[in-house]
Write a protein that binds this ligand. Sequence first.
Ligand code: RIB
Length: 289
Amino acid sequence: MAIWNLGSINIDHVYRLDSLPNPGETLASRSYSEGLGGKGANQSVAAARAGSATHHLGAMGTGGEWALDRLRDAGVDVAGVAHLPDQATGHAIILLDAMAENAIVIHPGANWAIPEDGVASALDAMGHSDTLLLQNETNAQVAAACKARENGARVIYSAAPFDIDAVRAILPHADILAMNEHEAAQLFAAEPGDLPVAGLLITKGAAGAEYRDLRSGQTHAQPSFPVTPVDTTGAGDTFAGFFAAALDQGDDIPAALRLAAAAAALQVTRQGAGDAIPTRAEVDAFLNR
Ligand code: RIB
């Protein structure tokens, strides 16, 4: 049992504003901060903090070495992170408004230059009870999914940022597709027929989440835990990482949904993305409060 995550590592530059700018508008931010981000890194931190052995596969370019220290501090194995001196480390410009909503621009940099042979050889060590996480912020997604499937492992793909061509390419090689409700709406519009995956994990912010078991036809609904959010960046990643870790540790779907919803609820009460992800002990205390 282990989580392998081919995922982006970003330096998040976060600017707090009263409202998001309109086209052509210039606004002064109320504050600026820097933190660990990237949908991949966030999911790795979440999985590790949830208690699963977690191996991150990806790449760093120049700058932001501290991001790897943050991953290590969270308990993530970063031996599979390549160092690419001719690339910039991935980064994100995050605009955050007074309602805790955001708009994000990413510069992929090294996240799109991950050496495929390194990923393939790292995944040789995968076992059939392991899980591969993927998101749409790196190259090598399909090759990694195929390799994981060859090893009999579970593949969970987060369709974010949403791109229908990327989803179509991965669909035959994925077990679970994770999306927010907006991404799900785009997928269902583009692919109205049956999807060749075992299940869909759909997060809906304050409206909770659901898991649709496409084999049995059963839908498991999970309400959100009421909290006052200060920053929703990375909430979906926290949900996906905790959900995957719970399945990895043998939980059933309802238990995994409940744990992941609690983790995401706690995460949005803190500022930042990867740095705001709670530990398993914090999530258990929140559930038992
Ligand atoms: O999902 C949130 C993440 O999206 C941020 O941390 C940012 O880096 C972008 O990848």
